[in-house]
Design a protein around this ligand. Structure first.
Ligand SMILES: Nc1ncnc2c1ncn2[C@@H]1O[C@H](COP(=O)(O)OP(=O)(O)OP(=O)(O)O)[C@@H](O)[C@H]1O
Ligand SMILES: [Mg+2]
Length: 259
């Protein structure tokens, strides 16, 4: 590889004729639309994507070689994202959901889900631009279910002072709204085994809303989809399986083997 250029900092680079030229810089309006200005804003940050995943794409994903079979399916799956621009509702509804699964942790599910989300944002941004439409500010949203549960526990402990509880609850409900409203979402790590009834009901609400509205979702999980009914309940498990393809991730944990 050559030396790093600004194009290495932009998920649009591989689609962009200006990538790597002297017009490729942090003041580019498309760069700002996706990555924000001066480290703030942009559709990828709006998606709630953790910092370490903001530049991961299907092409540069460190997981790609090891999970070649999964990536073959994912590569053709993302071509269905153009259906978001379908004029008829039945077209828009035909983007499926995916369930990225391995029993073993650290096989690259979250990394891949982030890459798929970035692909959705890229295609949404470019496709809107080509159609002379304003791209949505939050076309996609990444919900880290564990982080969301941590917020929940934060304001549901006994004796939490109101001034501590209020901002946690506000953020919690804002995340819930974003996860329901986004045309495309990742629900990362839905197999939370130790969830209370109340938290589970909220998670259930998000999934139910998305499926009922035919909004595509990428789930990641360490629980076989067949066993979801034991962790949640049968109705929720059936909801998740609605219009959803399962993609197994193989092998042992690669955590800590950063390339
Ligand atoms: N096949 C791989 N090759 C190289 N690095 C990998 C591979 N799979 C995962 N990694 C790296 O391991 C780390 C963990 O990956 P990731 O968080 O995507 O796994 P996960 O399947 O979501 O794990 P968990 O089940 O614990 O949520 C990341 O730093 C990722 O880059
Ligand atoms: Mg994960």
């Amino acid at each position: 590889m050559g030396s790093r250029t600004h194009a290495d900092n932009c998920i649009l680079a591989m689609h962009c004729t200006l990538a790597g030229t002297n017009k490729c810089n942090a003041l580019c309006s498309s760069y700002i639309a996706c990555h924000g200005y001066n480290g703030a804003g942009g559709r990828i940050a709006n998606a709630g994507l953790p910092e370490e995943y903001r530049l991961v794409t299907l092409q540069n994903s460190p997981v790609r070689t090891d999970q070649a079979e999964a990536y073959t399916v994912i590569d053709s799956y993302v071509n269905t994202f153009q259906r978001q621009f379908g004029e008829v509702a039945s077209d828009r509804q035909r983007i499926k959901s995916l369930y990225l699964f391995s029993l073993e942790p650290g096989t690259g599910k979250t990394t891949s889900a982030a890459a798929i989300l970035n692909e959705y944002i890229t295609r949404h941004y470019i496709g809107s631009f080509q159609r002379n439409r304003q791209a949505l500010e939050r076309p996609a949203y990444f919900l880290d279910v564990n982080a969301w549960q941590t917020l929940f526990l934060g304001f549901n402990r006994s004796h939490v002072p109101q001034e501590t509880a209020e901002p946690l609850a506000a953020e919690y409900y804002a995340m819930e709204q974003r996860a329901k409203a986004a045309p495309f979402a990742v629900l990362d790590d839905i197999g939370v085994r130790s969830a209370s009834e109340a938290f589970r009901a909220d998670l259930h609400g998000v999934i139910n809303h998305r499926v009922a509205s035919a909004l595509p979702t990428i789930y990641t999980s360490n629980i076989p989809i067949e066993e979801l009914a034991q962790v949640f309940d049968k109705r929720l498990a059936d909801r998740v399986r609605d219009m959803c393809g399962v993609i197994p991730f193989k092998g042992e944990s690669k955590r800590g083997m950063r390339k």
